[in-house]
Design a protein around this ligand. Structure first.
Ligand SMILES: Nc1ncnc2c1ncn2[C@@H]1O[C@H](COP(=O)(O)OP(=O)(O)OP(=O)(O)O)[C@@H](O)[C@H]1O
Ligand SMILES: [Mg+2]
Length: 376
């Protein structure tokens, strides 16, 4: 097991800067997700940790030791890729054995027929077989050991790729979008399996994804990276409920957070599209702010009440357990999404005038430059 620390790491490809000064601390045994939109620099960060890419400036530490100049194979990390990277001409068993054979056997001990003449080789080979059997049992792929990767489903292939990473008992696992080739149902299933695997292995996991749902559901902490900057690191709930930046708020959560224009009056009280929110900011900010409201904090209101937007329903997205209502407000200048129960959703039709209650305590306020502002 190992902690992993990046401090002041930057990366430039040619003329373009891909990672700005990146600091990240991953604790020993932690499951950290690095999440962000496509092209923000997640894989590059992971490859720098693995040693597959040089950082432009220092430092990468693994288990307290500086590894900047250490070759990938000497870092004792296992990388799992989206593409599985299995050898197609070898069986599952042979795919699982390879990392151990390369590490533990001499050149002669790896040659067919010759190895059995080398003293002590049989013990080593038997030990490798035992480790492979154990890993196959953990991942429930024992019945697949004699098949080739082409004879496996996507989920099974992914499990073999995980197994191949596990056999060496690495200090940490680095995973780059390992589930993105799977269909939606299998992805959800494998999320739970990976989280369970982490609990049983208690090894450091760094998991890269552009899917914020994976980050929210699986990890101890998530690091949100946008355009080469890690903007926030925290427990998934904290990042969701307490985003420090408007870009983090917009990236995390599905459907996206509603962002509406807001103002403070001369006495400091906030309003949003003419709805008085009766809340104040901790610091004084003159003029325009942005008000963030999660869809679950807007609800259909039948009677006239305070803190309501009046609008028109333009679209209903029925997900079975929830219905998301798309409502245009303020003479159709703005659109918001509100969450409703299937029962409430059934009650309204597209084109209806609706009233949406907003929970003033749940608003998340940002300054004009996108930084979080705290309420009193
Ligand atoms: N070898 C390279 N040479 C030049 N530019 C590169 C190289 N590798 C990556 N980049 C650029 O660096 C940026 C970050 O790439 P990276 O692969 O880290 O993104 P990512 O966050 O993993 O995206 P995705 O979610 O699409 O995998 C991209 O703009 C990419 O085009
Ligand atoms: Mg990537």
């Amino acid at each position: 097991m190992a902690s992993i620390t990046l401090s002041g790491v930057t990366k430039v490809f040619g003329n373009s800067r891909v990672l700005n000064t990146t600091n990240l601390e991953v604790a020993d045994g932690e499951f950290l997700t690095l999440v962000g939109p496509s092209g923000c620099g997640k894989s590059t960060t992971l490859r720098i940790i693995a040693g597959l890419e040089n950082q432009t400036t220092v430092n990468v530490m693994i288990a307290g030791k500086k590894v900047n100049d250490l070759r990938p194979s000497r870092r004792n990390l296992a990388m799992v890729f989206q593409s599985y990277a299995l050898y197609p001409h070898l069986t599952v068993r042979q795919n699982l054995e390879i990392p151990l054979k390369l590490r533990d056997l001499s050149f002669a001990e790896r040659i067919p027929l010759i190895w059995s003449c080398v003293p002590g080789a049989r013990e080593k080979v038997d030990k490798i077989g035992k480790v492979v059997n154990e890993i196959a049992a953990t991942l429930k792929i024992e019945h697949l050991l004699d098949r080739k990767p082409g004879q496996l489903s996507g989920g099974q292939r992914q499990r073999v790729a995980l197994g191949r990473a596990m056999v060496r008992k690495p200090a940490a696992f680095l995973m780059d979008e390992p589930l993105s080739n799977l269909d939606a149902g299998l992805r959800v299933h494998m999320r739970a399996e990976l989280a369970g695997l982490h609990r049983s292995l208690k090894t450091t996991f760094i998991y890269v994804t552009h899917d914020q749902a994976e980050a929210l559901t699986m990890s101890d902490r998530m690091a949100v990276m946008i355009d080469g900057d890690i903007l926030q690191v925290g427990a998934p709930n904290d990042v969701y409920n307490d985003p420090k930046n408007i870009r983090v708020a917009e990236f995390v959560g599905s459907p996206k957070i509603n962002i509406l224009p807001g103002r403070t009056d001369p006495s400091g009280v906030l309003s949003c599209l003419n709805v008085n929110l009766s809340r104040r900011l901790r610091e004084s900010v003159a003029g325009d702010v942005s008000i963030g409201l999660r869809p679950e904090h807007l609800s259909l209101q039948k009677k006239n009440a305070e803190n309501c937007f009046l609008g028109r329903l333009t679209y209903k997205e029925n997900l079975g357990s929830d219905v998301f209502l798309y409502v245009t407000i303020n003479d159709e200048a703005h659109q918001v999404i509100a969450r409703a129960t299937p029962f409430e959703g059934h009650d309204v039709a597209i084109g209806d005038d609706v009233r949406l209650y907003l929970v003033p305590d749940k608003i998340i306020v940002f300054s004009a430059d996108g930084n979080r502002l705290q309420l009193v």
